[in-house]
Design a protein around this ligand. Structure first.
Ligand SMILES: [Fe+2]
Ligand SMILES: [Fe+2]
Length: 208
């Protein structure tokens, strides 16, 4: 049964560890959103949103850390990827760029991939981790929604076209690639119009 190996314990540990690392970074990035960008025009609701996101991310990290312990490892036992910090560093100078890259590109990618991963884990008999991922996937919708809402607020404040500005920021500052398949339903629930991601559908053909 070679297929079962993919869902084996080592693979699942590495996967859960990778997601836990993203959630830990996400806690710091939510607080960074609160503290870094000084803009007196931002209303109280902006700060309330990111405090709420930080609380969600802390819960996500705690749930995944617990799953790691149940799999006989701890967070920090395995190497971790630095992509989120790279995006954070590239956007440290500008709130609009940060909103584009972190919630609207990276967290939105989580909306696409989390339900697929949850279904895969469920099919491999790990319904505990699947349940955690399903909860995370649901809650991340509101994080992407906050990203879209404040991105459009700041773009309007600067007199910029939000969609064109988003694509420009993605092209100049994002070192990864925006790739399908997209979870159109979750993205719509987050208030993200298709104009933000449909242009990247072509990657599907380029990468084949
Ligand atoms: Fe999260
Ligand atoms: Fe999030």
């Amino acid at each position: 049964m070679p297929r079962r190996r993919k869902g084996g314990i080592a693979g699942r540990r590495a996967f859960v560890h990778a997601i836990a690392h993203i959630e830990l970074n996400a806690i710091d990035l939510a607080w960074d959103m609160v503290a870094r960008f000084d803009n007196p025009k931002l209303p109280r609701a902006f700060y309330d949103d990111w405090v709420r996101v930080a609380k969600d991310e802390a819960e996500h990290f705690a749930l995944l850390s617990q799953r790691l312990v149940e799999m006989d490892v701890s967070y920090g036992d395995l190497p971790a990827h630095n992509g989120l910090w790279e995006a954070a560093n590239n956007t440290r100078h500008d709130l609009l760029a940060r909103l584009a890259l972190v919630p609207m590109i990276l967290e939105a990618r989580g909306l696409d991939s989390t339900p697929v991963a949850a279904a895969h884990l469920e099919a491999n008999g790990d319904s505990d981790t699947a349940a955690v991922l399903e909860k995370i996937g649901q809650e991340e919708i509101s994080h992407v929604a906050a990203g879209v809402r404040w991105f459009e607020f700041v773009a309007a404040d600067r007199g910029l076209d939000p969609v064109a500005t988003f694509h420009e920021l993605a092209a100049t500052l994002f070192t990864g690639s925006i790739k399908p398949p997209f979870n159109a339903q979750a993205r719509e629930a987050a208030g993200m119009s298709e104009a933000y991601y449909r242009p990247y559908e072509r990657h599907k053909f380029n990468e084949d």
